[in-house]
Design a protein around this ligand. Structure first.
Ligand SMILES: [Zn+2]
Length: 61
C-alpha cells in the first residue's frame, strides 16, 4: 500500500507531498524515481522547455 510522503524539492528546497495516488501513478508508469521537484517547479521547467524548443530538431538523439 502507498502512503503520502513528504519530499524536498531539489530546486526551491520546499517540501511537498508525494501522495499515495501519485506513487501509484508512478508505479503504473514504471517510474522508479521519486519526483525531485515540487509541482510548481515542474510546471516552471516544462514551460521553460517548451519555450526553448522553438525549433523542431530532427536529430534529437
Ligand atoms: Zn520547488
Amino acid at each position: 500500500m502507498y502512503q503520502d510522503k513528504t519530499l524536498t524539492c531539489q530546486d526551491c528546497g520546499s517540501s511537498f507531498v508525494f501522495t499515495a495516488g501519485e506513487q501509484e501513478f508512478y508505479a503504473e508508469k514504471g517510474f522508479d524515481n521519486e519526483p525531485k521537484r515540487c509541482k510548481e517547479c515542474r510546471t516552471k521547467r516544462s514551460s521553460q522547455k517548451r519555450n526553448n524548443n522553438n525549433r523542431p530538431r530532427k536529430f534529437d538523439r
